[in-house]
Design a protein. Structure first.
Length: 254
């Protein structure tokens, strides 16, 4: 198969939420984009909705299936230049620490494991093609506990992603690869549907408006704006940063 020669932006978890919003912005900027997702239907919907904006490729991969992750790693290693990566795949279901089971704990840790080795494959691709930029979607919960949303395992995983961001920034700088992260607070995304019925989502999340000094929860475009900036050459002196994109939560709460 003849490989394309242009560079691609790869978004893990790009069929919905922050990943989808970022894919849309990058396509509007003229980037060729590859999105990875688990759901065939969501990938098909994204393809239909976004293809008019530019070149969009979709790859299906269940990040909880080691064999599929391994195949994705090989595809990435052998592919055309990938000069941007966004790790946006996520899972969130508040659970009290004393009630956590091994299986739901692993929901977070296995996801981190997949992202770790996918990022390794992308970094190897970037090294072959003179560098790139990586942005991880972390979380405000990795910085700050919130009693109303007990999230010990989730926060542990996201804190690990923040730490990985800083370590990779140090290790990959010599290869012209920048690595940053964003740490959102409450953002309206499908991730909350793991424990909130879709029809109740708006009302439930509206209860967190006042939690943010800026007066409202975030929308996916709020985070995508920062992700797109960090990926771009406009941020070419920024690496190892974990940016709070949180409506002011880490500054203080109302």
């Amino acid at each position: 198969m003849t490989q394309p020669t242009q560079s691609y932006s790869l978004i893990i978890g790009g069929s919905s939420g922050i990943g989808y919003a970022t894919a849309k912005q990058l396509l509007e900027q003229g980037k060729a984009v590859i999105i990875v997702g688990r759901s065939k239907q969501k990938l098909a919907d994204a393809k239909q909705q976004l293809s008019d904006l530019g070149e969009l490729i979709t790859w299906q991969c269940d990040l909880y299936q080691a064999e599929q992750v391994s195949q994705l790693q090989q595809t990435i290693a052998d592919y055309a230049p990938i000069n941007q990566l966004v790790n946006a795949a996520g899972y969130f279901k508040p659970t009290a620490f004393l009630e956590h089971s091994e299986s739901d704990y692993l929901q977070y840790m296995l996801l981190n494991q997949a992202l770790f080795f996918i990022t390794q494959a992308v970094a190897q691709n970037m090294i072959k093609h003179q560098g790139g930029s990586i942005v991880n979607i972390g979380s405000m919960w990795a910085h700050q506990a919130v009693k109303a949303t007990p999230s010990s395992a989730y926060s542990m995983a996201k804190a690990g992603l923040h730490a990985l961001t800083q370590h990779l920034a140090m290790e990959l700088a010599e290869y012209n690869i920048r690595v940053n992260a964003v740490a959102p607070a409450v953002v309206k995304t499908p991730i909350y549907q793991a424990f909130i019925e879709p029809e109740a989502l708006d009302e439930s999340l509206a209860g967190f408006d006042g939690f943010h000094p800026i007066g409202r929860i975030g929308q996916v475009v709020d985070v995508a704006n920062t992700v797109s900036f960090l990926l771009s050459d406009k941020a070419d002196w920024v690496t190892g940063a974990v940016w709070d994109v949180d409506g002011g939560v880490m500054a203080g709460r109302n």
